[in-house]
Design a binder for this molecule. Sequence first.
Ligand code: ADP
Length: 260
Amino acid sequence: FEVYAAPVMSKSDKLKGIVLVLHDITELKKLEQVRTDFVANVSHELKTPVTSIKGFTETLLDGAMNTEPLREKFLTIIANESERLQSLIQDLLDLSRIEQAYFQLNWQRTNLQEIVSEVIELLKDKAEEKQIDLQMFVEGNTTLEGDMERIKQIAINVINNAIMYTPVSGSIKMFIKGNEETITLEITDTGVGISEKDLPRIFERFYRVDRARSRNSGGTGLGLAIVKHLVEAHQGKIVVNSLVGKGTTFTITFHRYRAE
Ligand code: ADP
């Protein structure tokens, strides 16, 4: 609480009483903490690849450049870390754009089945590398009003995660179901799963269950935060169910028509 106190004086300058104003600033403090944590996280996430790029560049300049296998190895690390930096900056810019009060979707008539088919096409090589089977099942009318590019981004992030967190030879099933008023996209994987303790936090910026695994697969820790914002901008809902060692299901529900 923030407390303001002011004396109330009588005409003859005697103290008549005191006015106390109690201001509950719990929410404000929480917001402030979230912002401070975010800046600390961003700085840390940016620092890690930069430190690595700087270190390996210096080692190369110090002579490692003349040893063929080392040159190749270090340059590969530098290339990977630069790429990581690039995705991180891209996700950060995107998240900040989406979080702006004036952020607007480009509403249009679109088709969820077509969007998911495009995403499967985009990610199928990555799935094949791990012999992961991608299957799509469709039921009912899958047209809806929404922002095609943003819905595609939602699907890419969630399906990409499913591939990242599913071991070799697993499978990912996508169910698209159109009802009278809603369209649902359910993405089920046979991956590592998420514990009950971690489940409520996975939509937070930079929250990862396993930092090393996320880093190694090129994750930025921002994907689901972006997804949640975009689903909510569509007035939709995203729900996750998971069992450790069994797999995870993300269920995203959109309205068929834009709510006025
Ligand atoms: P990242 O870039 O680390 O994947 P996200 O915001 O996309 O970040 O996801 C946050 C965390 O949620 C991941 O680090 C991972 O621990 C967990 N996660 C997301 N999707 C899945 C999934 N399909 N299976 C298991 N864990 C998942």
